[in-house]
Design a binder for this molecule. Structure first.
Ligand code: NAD
Ligand code: UFG
Length: 338
């Protein structure tokens, strides 16, 4: 059996889809998750999709002794590090929880890896590190900034990883900046399962369509965009998952650090997304335009050419597939997995 890939946060949204992609590529995922924002049922679903159950450890990345044991016992060849908190609004209210979990948790993980002689890491960064970009599409050399503690935690971790590679060239690090991951596995067995009322557009739309929420509030109809609503780079979560497999192959082949955007390279407005969803679900999504949400930006989409060049990867699933898959998941699991 090949040495496993440690997937922190692997029971979560992007992590569970990445487990599927890893298994399909012949890897063995070893998931470490404290289940603070997920359910272990997602791993049972990964098994239903692939026929393989990921190796599983319930625990926290801030538990150094546990990490030491897991690394010694399983000797993973690399770590894909998804574990972290990700709600922007909550990070403003509870900054310490974000710095502790995201920054503190990552340094404890890096320390344990270093002690175990394991220096291959893929890190989940975010397009949030570009702040309010001066123009679109956004390439990796754009200036970085943060407007909230969540974003600042990602900036800090990116810098910590840069320092680490600078200090010890044996480290191999990928910093992957995700744009807006949406959709679900085509089976409808795994998907995004937010707690409470969703903050993000796509789960909000699917919950309106399934009747859990009355209507969508569109945050702002006066943005400087073609239809006045916000524009984002919505990437199918399975494309994103496959991007990790491509990044892993590159990482294991070459020392050093690389930083790439994982996006489609195309912008889609909130209203375009609503229309695409209605077309693919056959449901109406009632909406109302309300004032802008604090902290939002007009438009954000990736220059995705570096990932294509370096990783030979590009997103291939279109907006219709995103909507059809998100709807299949929502219909089959109206209350999610928890
Ligand atoms: P998610 O909440 O579904 O997954 C994160 C997982 O990490 C959860 O299963 C949670 O239980 C686990 N976790 C959190 N803290 C932990 C800890 N201390 N120890 C062990 N497990 C812990 O979120 P996701 O959407 O799958 O995001 C994964 C990563 O990608 C996060 O780092 C997030 O910041 C980043 N990211 C997400 C998006 C997005 O829009 N979804 C965009 C950019 C970046
Ligand atoms: N929107 C609505 N109504 C809603 C929710 C969202 O109109 O109920 C709009 C937003 O105003 C924005 C667009 O839909 O114009 C997308 O909003 P999301 O909340 O889905 O996503 P964001 O682009 O705001 O942020 C997401 C993650 C961040 C991450 C960023 C870039 O939440 O953590 O993508 O990766 F940093």
């Amino acid at each position: 059996m090949p040495l496993p890939i440690l997937v922190t946060g692997g029971a979560g949204y992007i992590g569970s889809h990445t487990c599927v992609a890893l298994i399909e590529a012949g890897h063995v995922p070893l998931v470490l998750d404290n289940l603070c924002n997920s359910s272990v049922e997602s791993l049972a679903r990964v098994q239903r999709i692939t026929g393989v159950r990921p190796l599983w450890v319930e625990g926290d990345i801030r538990d150094a002794a546990l990490l030491q044991r897991v690394l010694a016992e399983h000797r993973p060849q690399a770590v894909i590090h998804f574990a972290g908190l990700k709600a922007v609004g909550e990070s403003v209210r509870e900054p310490l929880a974000y710095y502790d979990n995201n920054v503190g948790g990552t340094t404890i993980l890096l320390q344990a890896m270093q002690e175990a002689g394991l220096r291959n890491l893929i890190f989940s960064s975010s397009a949030t590190v570009y702040g309010n970009p001066a123009s679109v599409p956004i390439s990796e050399d754009f200036p970085r900034s943060a407007t909230n503690p969540y974003g600042r935690s990602k900036l800090m971790i990116e810098d910590i990883l840069g320092d680490l590679v600078g200090a010890d060239p044996r480290w191999r690090v990928a910093r992957l900046r995700y744009f807006n991951p949406v959709g679900a596995h085509a089976s409808g067995l795994i998907g995004e399962d937010p707690r409470g009322i969703p903050n993000n557009l796509m789960p909000y739309i699917t919950q309106v369509a399934v009747g859990r929420l009355p209507e969508l509030q569109v945050f702002g109809g006066d943005w400087p965009t073609p239809d006045g609503t916000g524009v984002r780079d919505f990437i199918h979560v399975m494309d994103l998952a496959e991007g990790h497999v491509a990044a892993l192959a590159h990482l294991l082949g070459e020392p050093g650090m690389f930083t790439v955007n994982l996006g489609t390279g195309q912008g889609c407005s909130v209203l375009q997304m609503v229309q695409a969803f209605e077309r693919n679900s056959g449901r109406r999504v009632p909406y109302r335009i309300v004032p802008r949400r604090a902290g939002d930006i007009a438009a954000c989409w990736a220059d995705a050419s570096a990932a294509h060049r370096l990783l030979h990867w590009q997103a291939r699933r279109d907006l219709d597939t995103i909507c059809a898959d998100a709807w299949r998941w929502q219909q089959a699991n109206p209350q999610g997995l928890r």
